[in-house]
Design a protein around this ligand. Sequence first.
Ligand code: FAD
Ligand code: NAG
Length: 505
Amino acid sequence: MALRSARDSQIFIIGCGISGIGAAQKLLHHGFHNVHIIEATARSGGRIRTGRLGDNIIEIGANWIHGPSKENPVFRLACDYQLLDKESMSEENQAIDVGGHPLFVPNWFTSSGRKLGLETMGPVVEFFMKLLERSQQFHDSGGEPLPSVGEFVKAEVERLAPEEWKEDQTNIAVKAAMINTLLKLECCVSGTHTMDDVGLGAFGMYKTLPGLDCTFPGGYEGLIDHMMKELPKDLVLYNKPVKCIHWNYTKNGPSGTSFPVTIECVNGETFAADHVIVTVPLGYLKKHQSTFLSPPPPLHKLHSIQRMGFGTNNKIFLEFEQPFWDEDCELIYLVWEDETHLADVVSDVKMSWIRKLVGFTVLKPTERYGHVLCGWIAGRESEHMETLSEHEVLHSVTQLLRIFTGNPTLTPRKLLRSQWFHEPYSCGSYTYVAKGCSGYDIDNLAEPLPLKGSNSKSLQVLFAGEATHRSFFSTVHGALLSGWREAERLASHYTPASGSFSSKL
Ligand SMILES: Cc1cc2nc3c(=O)[nH]c(=O)nc-3n(C[C@H](O)[C@H](O)[C@H](O)COP(=O)(O)OP(=O)(O)OC[C@H]3O[C@@H](n4cnc5c(N)ncnc54)[C@H](O)[C@@H]3O)c2cc1C
Ligand SMILES: *[C@@H]1O[C@H](CO)[C@@H](O)[C@H](O)[C@H]1NC(C)=O
């Protein structure tokens, strides 16, 4: 057998999102030089995708750095590359800790064309936020009384509302409808069809970092561009969707070398590898679980892939001539006054999908964007929206806004929406911990193949990507950290003896 040093290991990374790019970066840093990324599409960035609406930059995928402070590696990179404005980098901004729920200045509109005042909405929001906080506490304390966040919140509203709302008996029905709006917003945050699918015991597993969420003035993709510039030009093989990873067998390569893994692409091309880091989204893994790995992964891993949650959250961008919202407004909520029964799903998806569109964030600052709103819609209603033409969506949203503002001539100028469920290499938006799942499921997702104790060559297939991060799943920083983690796993496998690589091959 030809003597190869660890440094010569053939390493392929599947997927050129931030986790794949991060893994490549760290591997090169550790001296591995046969590193490639295989990407299905023609671009880098994956779910970080910046687009345009007219002259405006908009984020079709990730929007914020969640918790921009020193501990957040995305924040640190963005600062190094000078991609943020001064305010976002200030010490004050980094010190603000809102526990993941930025206090946007809201406007509340209802389906009778009313605007709700602070005295009505303030206490309801506070009440709801307390219930969410309590939902998170079961992770540490255990003994959750109900399986899902949705069931718990609804039960507690039923139980506590009579006391909570007894001072102000007016608007009781509207308050219940507001709870539904807040639940629908949580569906967007978690990327789920309904909060009834989100596990209560694991809800607190998601950890927030201090710092007031900030955006990239020049677009999130600028971060990807800067990271890509630091990698060799020919590192990424684009337009090569991987069909199957054949592991646990030995194929003889040139000059007598042998490889335990063969990567088979859709176009028939194959690549022989010592190690493969898989970073494809969990949604893709779910959809292709029976064919993506051969032999299939062990049952406990397969079950975790099936049980973990991966849902859809989409954005609908609208541009207006004039704002219909207050000058200081950052978030517009829509409340259906007839929705007095507590529920965060609609009864007829085809007819009433628009009811799931919970509201809009206002793109700021106005001097940069003009009057642009970003609408949020999650779940199967969102997946149905993706099947409609842009024209149909524009029509429905226009009707909706005319009802809620009471202005029968209100007309958005332009529309653009995301379609994450139908993106063939995402199959949805991001991961949540589903009912019945726990941190062990995430550990199972992240567990390399073959399993420990096998006689075969170790670390053939490794797993990174946002879904594999125990506390930062569903985020960009979680994805980046997971890519670094798997690169470090490989590097420490070939433990440097006296500062240099020793050959374990
Ligand atoms: C609408 C939306 C809003 C979001 N907002 C935020 C936010 O504000 N803040 C935040 O922190 N996070 C946000 N996220 C989440 C964040 O975008 C992701 O967690 C992160 O970008 C995931 O990175 P990744 O590398 O794990 O996966 P991806 O970026 O999905 O990368 C995976 C790559 O694998 C490729 N691939 C898939 N299948 C194959 C195959 N068979 N062969 C080859 N290549 C393949 C894909 O094309 C893709 O390029 C948002 C996501 C969405 C969808
Ligand atoms: C891997 O190969 C070994 C040796 O051929 C075999 O014993 C083992 O069952 C295989 N593992 C899987 C998961 O197929």
